[in-house]
Design a protein around this ligand. Structure first.
Ligand code: MTE
Ligand code: MO
Length: 169
């Protein structure tokens, strides 16, 4: 996979919003400092990089009252998760930066959705598996949107094996 370029659109937001957005690395960095998390290790010790709070993106896009689900799309590997908006609205972040550049692909970049206090895989709608890597589109929906997270244990175990191979573990 090619490493992301700072000039290209890294993340779109659409669906039940007043102002659909298409954001570059520079746009993400220009979101108000009150929504920036300069060092995500303060939220999750094992993670590194800089993030912007989901709330900051939603404030710019303007969430319509009908929206009650957040659907995270990765076209890179066709992975999608749809989770209740209220459960993550105030705590989820988008990790998008490592030092001065976009988050590398091997860390799930250029943009990675992250719920700091997620549960273990598989136990609820909002679980570790919903931490979508290479997320390029966030869609606000009324009702649950498209979700292809594995539901069977074996299928999920296989996905984890593939991810570990991808990291060279
Ligand atoms: N795009 C994408 N995001 C993904 C996945 C995936 O296969 N593709 N796997 C999910 C699963 S099942 C888990 S448990 C976490 C693992 O994140 P980590 O590799 O950073 O530990 O990423 C989630 N995000
Ligand atoms: Mo998972």
């Amino acid at each position: 996979m090619d490493e992301p370029h700072a000039e290209g659109v890294m993340l779109s937001i659409d669906g039940e919003v007043q102002r659909p957005l298409a954001l570059t690395f520079v746009d993400l960095g220009a979101i108000s400092a009150k929504y920036q998390v300069p060092d995500v290790s303060q939220l999750a010790p094992k993670r590194s990089g800089g993030a912007v709070r989901l709330e900051g993106l939603l404030a710019r896009a303007g969430v319509k009252t009908a929206a009650d689900y957040l659907t995270l799309h990765s076209s890179t590997d066709n992975f999608h998760a749809s989770i209740p908006l209220a459960a993550v609205r105030e705590r989820a972040v988008l990790i998008y930066r490592l030092e001065n550049g976009p988050l590398p692909v091997k860390a799930g970049g250029p943009v990675r959705f992250f719920i700091p206090d997620h549960t273990a895989c598989h136990v609820a709608e909002v679980d570790e598996c919903a931490n979508v890597k290479f997320v390029d589109r966030i869609e606000l929906t009324h009702g649950r949107g498209y979700d292809n997270r594995p539901t069977e244990d074996e299928e999920h175990a296989e996905l984890h094996r593939r991810q570990e191979e991808g990291r060279g573990e």
